[in-house]
Design a protein around this ligand. Structure first.
Ligand SMILES: [Zn+2]
Length: 118
């Protein structure tokens, strides 16, 4: 009789917010994260495969404020691509996201924030 071996897959995940020393690519908008910018860097272990995941502050803010995944913890570029924004503010964020958060003059748009009620 063969012994049944159960493999327990432990998924490990941690993240931090370093300041970019070189260019990185945001996985959610595919723009270049510029040196000097803060970005979210996640390191995970999926079974025996290690991976890293990088997000710019803009995309992270949209994920936090608009929650396009509706609570799903796994997401990538397509989540924002298929995201159906609600209201004027979110629609503006989606347009800016599609532009890689870059203005015509090359500067970045401000990081999305909840509008202050007036
Ligand atoms: Zn991004």
């Amino acid at each position: 009789m063969q012994a049944l071996v159960r493999v327990c897959v432990v998924t490990f995940w941690m993240d931090n917010w370093p300041v970019a020393r070189k260019e990185h690519r945001c996985e959610l908008c595919r723009r270049t994260i510029r040196p000097g910018e803060k970005y979210r860097r996640g390191v995970g272990l999926d079974g025996s495969t290690a991976f890293t995941f990088k997000e710019c502050r803009h995309c992270r803010a949209v994920m936090d404020l608009a929650d396009p995944t509706a609570g799903d913890s796994e997401y990538d570029f397509d989540v924002l691509g298929e995201w159906d924004p609600y209201g004027v503010t979110e629609t503006r964020w989606k347009v800016q996201w599609a532009r890689g958060w870059e203005r015509r003059d090359g500067d970045l748009y401000p990081v999305p924030a909840k509008a202050v009620a007036s």
